[in-house]
Design a protein around this ligand. Structure first.
Ligand code: 8LQ
Length: 473
C-alpha cells in the first residue's frame, strides 16, 4: 500500500499517474471497515507518542485513567476526554508560547502561525519542518482530488497573515507542482488589482472564502469584467459555510463558470483540508486516514450514528508538533455514509458545516443558523448580495429581524417590486425555517463587503426594536 506510517515521511517527488483520479488509490478507496481497523492502530501510536512527549496529554489522560493501549475499537476512543480551545489557551498561558502540548523540541519549529480571531488570548501554532512537509503533501493530495494538476496556476485570494487558510492552500499548490500565486487580500484597493491579475494569469484554481468570491465578482463587474473571462476551473473555499449550500454554490459556479469545492475545518487541525469535496463529490468528504473525524453528541462527546447531527471532534493522525487528539470544534453538521460519485469510501458531510453551535439562535422553538438565512436569500432573484441578522435576546424569546439588500434591477422597477420581494422573503422564511421574521429591505450596497469571513449577526435588542417600529410591527 502507499505510504501510511506514523510519523509520516512522504516523498516530495511522488506523483500519481496523470490519469489516476486518486493520489493514493488504496487509502482513498479501501473498505471503510478495514480503514477503521487501521485507524484504531494508528490512534494508539499517536496517543503513545503524545503521551511520551507532552505533559498536557499525560495529565489529561492520567486523570481520566486512560492509556493508549486501552483503545481497541473506535468506541473505546470515545472515552478519551475531548480537548477544547480554552484548554489550549490555558496551556499556552501556563507554558508560553506554544503550550505544554508541543510535542517536539522548540528548536525544530519551522513556522509560527496563530489564530486569526480578534477576541480572547490568541493561540500560537508552532509547526515543525516535518509537519510542514506532511501538511503540504496532504493538501496536494486533496487538491489533486479536486481536479488540480501540476502546472496549473493557483491564485490564493485570502489574507496572508495569521489566517492558516492562505498558507495551507499555498503550500498544497507548491507541493502539487502548480504555479502558486500568493496574491493575498485585505489591503485597500486589492480586490480591483486582483481582477487585473486574474485577467492576466487566467488561473486554473482560486482559493478564497465564499463571501470573498462573491465580492470579487461584484468588483469585476464594476470594472466591466465578466468573471468567466478569468477561465477558472476550480474554486476551492474554506473558512465559512457556503461551498456546500446549494443556492450559494450554484450561484458562484454560475458567475465564474467554475466548479466549487468546499473544504476546511479549523486552523488547529491543519492540514485543514482533511474535510473536502472532490471534483465529482459535493459536500465534504472526511479524509479519515489524515485526520480522524467523529461527529458527536455535543453533550456526551460520543459519536452519533450516520444520518444524524452533531459536532465534529477531530484527531490528527499525521501531525507530530502540536497533535490535536479529540479536539472538539463546537460546530454543527450532519454526516452520512454512502457511495460517493468519486469512488472514495469516506464518510461525508453532505451539507458541509452549518456553523458554530454558539451562532445558532432559537426563534419560537426553532433552531436557526445564520447560514440557513444566507441560503434562502441567495436563492431569491432580486436579492442584492448582503444582509444583516438582528437578534433581540432580551425577552423570554429570541426575536429575529433581517435587513436584506435588494439589487439594482429591483430598485429600477420601483417600490412595488421591493415590496413584492420583501413578501417573497417573508414567505420563504416561514416555509423553510418555520419562523416569522421582520424583513426590512434596504438599498443596494448598504452593507460593507468582506475580504475574509462574513460577520452578519448583530445581537442588539434596541436595534431590533427600532427596526420593528419602523415597519409598524
Ligand atoms: N469554518 C471553516 N471552514 C468552514 C467550511 N468549509 N464550512 C463551514 N464553516 C467553516 C483555515 C481553514 O479555512 C479553516 C478555518 O477557517 O479555521 P479557523 O480560522 O480556525 O476557523 C474555524 C471555524 O471556521 C470552524 O470552526 C468553522 O466554524 C468555520
Amino acid at each position: 500500500m502507499e505510504e501510511w506510517n506514523f510519523p509520516p515521511s512522504y516523498s516530495n517527488d511522488y506523483f500519481p499517474d496523470p490519469n489516476n483520479p486518486y493520489w493514493f488509490r488504496d487509502r482513498e478507496t479501501m473498505d471503510p471497515e478495514k480503514r477503521d481497523e487501521l485507524i484504531v492502530a494508528r490512534i494508539r501510536e499517536v496517543m503513545a507518542y503524545a503521551y511520551d512527549h507532552s505533559p498536557f496529554y499525560q495529565s489529561k489522560w492520567d486523570e481520566a485513567g486512560i492509556t493508549a493501549n486501552d483503545i481497541r475499537t473506535l468506541a473505546d476512543f470515545e472515552q478519551v476526554p475531548a480537548v477544547t480551545k480554552q484548554e489550549l489557551r490555558d496551556s499556552q498561558a501556563k507554558k508560553p508560547p506554544f503550550g505544554d502540548y508541543l510535542c517536539c523540541p522548540e528548536s525544530e519549529i519551522h513556522h509560527i502561525h496563530g489564530t486569526s480571531g480578534t477576541t480572547g488570548r490568541p493561540t500560537a501554532f508552532g509547526i515543525s519542518r516535518r509537519d510542514w512537509e506532511t501538511i503540504a503533501n496532504n493538501h496536494a493530495r486533496i487538491m489533486w482530488g479536486m481536479g488540480l494538476r501540476p502546472g496549473d496556476t493557483v491564485f490564493v485570494a485570502a489574507i496572508l497573515s495569521l489566517y492558516m487558510g492562505s498558507w495551507g492552500a499555498l503550500i498544497g499548490a507548491e507541493r502539487l507542482g502548480c504555479k502558486a500565486f500568493p496574491f493575498g487580500a485585505g489591503a485597500p484597493g486589492m480586490t480591483a488589482r486582483a481582477v487585473t491579475w486574474l485577467g492576466m494569469m487566467k488561473p486554473a484554481g482560486l482559493y478564497s472564502t465564499p463571501s470573498y468570491a462573491l465580492r470579487l465578482a461584484e468588483v469585476a463587474r464594476e470594472e466591466g469584467v465578466d468573471p468567466r473571462e478569468f477561465g477558472i476551473r476550480v474554486l476551492f473555499f474554506s473558512g465559512e459555510p457556503g461551498g456546500s449550500i446549494p443556492s450559494i454554490r450554484d450561484k458562484i459556479q454560475d458567475i465564474y463558470g467554475a466548479k466549487v469545492v468546499d473544504c476546511g475545518t479549523m486552523a488547529e487541525l491543519t492540514p485543514w483540508m482533511h474535510a473536502s469535496g472532490s471534483a465529482d463529490t459535493e459536500g465534504m468528504l472526511l479524509w479519515q486516514d489524515i485526520v480522524y473525524t467523529e461527529v458527536a453528541d455535543p453533550d456526551t462527546n460520543r459519536r452519533v450514528p450516520y444520518g444524524e447531527q452533531g459536532t465534529p471532534i477531530y484527531t490528527h493522525l499525521e501531525r507530530t508538533s502540536q497533535p490535536m487528539i479529540r479536539m472538539v470544534s463546537g460546530d454543527l453538521t450532519h454526516w452520512v455514509m454512502e457511495d460517493n460519485p468519486c469512488g472514495r469510501t469516506y464518510p461525508k458531510l453532505p451539507k458541509g458545516i452549518y456553523g458554530r453551535i454558539d451562532d445558532m439562535f432559537q426563534i419560537r422553538g426553532e433552531n436557526v443558523y445564520p447560514s440557513a438565512i444566507a441560503e434562502i436569500l441567495e436563492g431569491l432573484a432580486g436579492y442584492g448580495g448582503e444582509h444583516r441578522i438582528i437578534i433581540s435576546r432580551g425577552g423570554s424569546m429570541d426575536e429575529l429581524a433581517v435587513q436584506a439588500e435588494f439589487d439594482q434591477e429591483t430598485r429600477r422597477r420601483g417600490p412595488d417590486a421591493v415590496r413584492a420581494l420583501s413578501e417573497r422573503v417573508e414567505a420563504e422564511f416561514s416555509r423553510v425555517l418555520g419562523v416569522r421574521a421582520r424583513i426590512v429591505m434596504v438599498e443596494p450596497d448598504t452593507f460593507p463587503r468582506t475580504d475574509f469571513k462574513a460577520q452578519r449577526v448583530v445581537d442588539d435588542r434596541d436595534l431590533y426594536h427600532s427596526l420593528n417600529q419602523k415597519r409598524g410591527g
